[in-house]
Design a protein around this ligand. Structure first.
Ligand code: PNS
Length: 162
């Protein structure tokens, strides 16, 4: 079985991410989701441990998928878990530019290869940033994320004083 690392911020994990995870399971078998964070300077909406917990809850009982938080570089996380490849989902052609650059720089550091998987076309418009913004303003995001993330966002933005 081939093991791959899917690195990202996952703040929070959404349905587009889950589609890429499922494609990676089908193609490679063993998937580690790497929540890449700067432990010294935490930023974002959810803390690293919350992102991990929400990703695990969203992914349910997919047995060949694990979720871990990592500081440092994606290539270091890949080496730590023994990943054969890094996998990245591409939502739009625009994603390709920066992802290609990251793939080349990462390969230059540890020789690890990156495989791109196109996100399902009907999910390609979803982004964690948009989800945070929409939820913060009280609009529904339940169609964009799994139920545990929807509940966590509702909780985070409950009441007038969030
Ligand atoms: O979900 P995102 O925010 O698009 O993910 C970007 C991420 C976390 C995968 C990328 O910023 C990353 O790999 N960060 C870790 C730091 C690193 O490896 N930098 C080296 C050049 S890419």
């Amino acid at each position: 079985m081939t093991k791959v690392l899917i690195p990202g911020s996952f703040d929070p994990l959404h349905l587009g991410h889950i589609d890429v995870v499922d494609q990676a399971v089908e193609l490679f078998g063993d998937v580690v989701i790497g929540v890449l964070v700067n432990f010294e300077k935490p930023s974002g909406l959810f803390k690293p441990a919350e992102r991990v917990q929400l990703a695990r809850a969203s992914l349910g009982d997919r047995r060949s998928v694990t979720v871990h938080a990592f500081g440092g570089l994606a290539v270091q996380a890949a080496a730590e878990v023994g990943a054969d490849f890094i996998v990245k989902g591409l939502r739009t052609p625009n994603d390709f530019d920066i992802e290609q650059q990251m793939a080349h720089i990462n390969h230059s550091v540890t020789a690890i290869r990156t495989v791109f998987l196109p996100c399902r076309s009907d999910l390609g418009f979803i982004s964690s940033r948009f989800i945070r913004e929409i939820a913060a303003h009280g609009e529904a995001i339940d169609h964009l994320v799994a139920a545990p993330v929807a509940a966590a966002l509702a909780d985070r933005f409950a009441g007038p004083s969030h």
